[in-house]
Design a binder for this molecule. Structure first.
Ligand code: FAD
Length: 343
């Protein structure tokens, strides 16, 4: 195993504010690694409203959550940030030399001079199924995501949920699995209408089955989940044998490990010491975007962008203790043109 990566800055969270933080750090010649628990960048904009229009980004009369993210990615291209996706930052601790050790759930380790927490409402985690005792099968027969589809082939699958993930996987596994039952608590689906139509067509052709109801219990045999109990809208509970249970109830944000890093927290938000630098009570750790709180805070993307600019200036002395940092205009500064690669 290779040693930890040494860096000047780590941005936790690849939402709009984390992405713009990379830009502001880049202008000050500070390179950043960006970590996000989701497999894609964009934070809430991409996870919660990729196709919805945003109207209050300065000088952008309208753009969708996905378009904003694409533009931010383009804007930070000159700075070549390294992204580490699909992994949560689990550990942050101060080292004796004043820097920080940082670790992710994927086992990546870093030593960094500064940290920018742009973690929004927390890291998005799959909503779990609430049936007493069923979590003992988590990872063996109960799954909230599919990393490798092959182990599910030739198995009797029950897939719970009514959104795109549930429908996409049900359609994907139909024909490959031994059997596929899609289980949803009501007749309405949140998934794309085309997927719903395709699912209904496959049900009519007996390629899969749709059940309306909720999992209310289970039976096990030899420590294996052998069947689930499904209570239908009629109040009748039926038994359903299965090999694997896949649950796609969407994602919900959790503050998670951030609460354990010795930072001042107020109502699940990180308090910043002042609004000059947006630094937390731990020197060298800054909090920007929806995750922070201070008098007058508004959870808007534009506020987060401003915070990111000041946090970058606030952090520069940790990285360049002997350098005087001047603010320069991107329009006219030859130095910034060089940094941006637009000479
Ligand atoms: P987020 O977008 O929440 O991103 C944080 C990222 O950090 C997430 O991707 C998360 O996975 C990651 N993360 C958290 N913890 C960890 C960890 N421990 N390790 C690794 N990664 C972690 N704002 C506007 O200004 N205008 C609007 O019109 C507008 N419309 C909205 C509409 C809806 C439906 C919603 C829900 C919000 C809207 N907002 C709008 C609010 C806006 O989306 C947020 O202010 C913005 O997304 C905050 O950005 P952020 O980068 O701070 O955090």
């Amino acid at each position: 195993q290779s040693g930890p990566t040494e860096t000047d800055a780590i941005v936790i969270g690849a939402g709009p504010v984390g992405l713009f933080q990379v830009f502001e750090l880049g202008l000050l010649e500070i390179k950043a690694h960006v970590i996000d628990s989701l497999p894609v960048v964009g934070g809430q904009c991409v996870e919660l409203y990729p196709d919805k229009p945003i109207y209050d980004i300065p000088a952008v009369p309208v753009c969708t959550g996905q378009e904003l993210t694409n533009n931010l990615l383009k804007q930070i291209e000159p700075f070549g940030p390294t992204f580490h996706l699909n992994q949560e930052v689990t550990l942050v601790e101060r080292r004796e030399d004043g820097r920080f050790n940082l670790e992710t759930s994927a086992g990546n380790r870093f030593i960094t001079k500064t940290i920018f927490i742009a973690a929004g409402v927390g890291s998005f985690q799959p909503r779990t199924i609430k049936v007493d005792g069923i979590d003992q099968f988590d990872g063996s027969q109960l799954f909230y995501r599919v990393k490798d589809p092959v182990p599910f082939h030739a198995k009797n699958l029950v897939i719970c949920g009514g959104g795109d993930s549930a429908l996409d996987w049900a359609l994907n596994f139909a024909g490959k699995a031994e059997s596929v039952v899609l289980l949803h608590r009501r007749e309405d689906f949140r998934a794309a209408p085309a997927s719903v139509a395709k699912m209904k067509e496959m049900c009519e052709n007996y390629e899969m089955q749709l059940l309306i109801g909720q999992v209310t219990g289970f039976e096990s045999r030899d420590n294996q989940l052998s069947e689930i109990k499904v209570t239908g809208l009629d109040g009748v509970t039926r038994r359903l044998p299965l090999d694997m249970l896949l649950v796609f109830f969407g994602l919900s944000p959790k503050l998670g490990p951030i609460a354990e890093w010795g930072l001042d927290i107020e109502r699940k938000q990180l308090k910043v010491v002042n609004t000059e630098k947006f630094e937390t009570n731990v020197p060298g750790i800054f909090a920007v975007g929806d995750i922070n709180t201070y008098p007058g805070k508004k959870k808007l993307i534009l506020s987060g962008f401003h915070e990111a600019a000041l946090a970058a200036f606030g952090a520069a002395p940790y990285i360049f203790p002997d350098k005087k940092i001047h603010m320069q205009y991107t329009t006219t500064s030859p130095k910034l043109h060089k940094i941006l690669g637009v000479e």
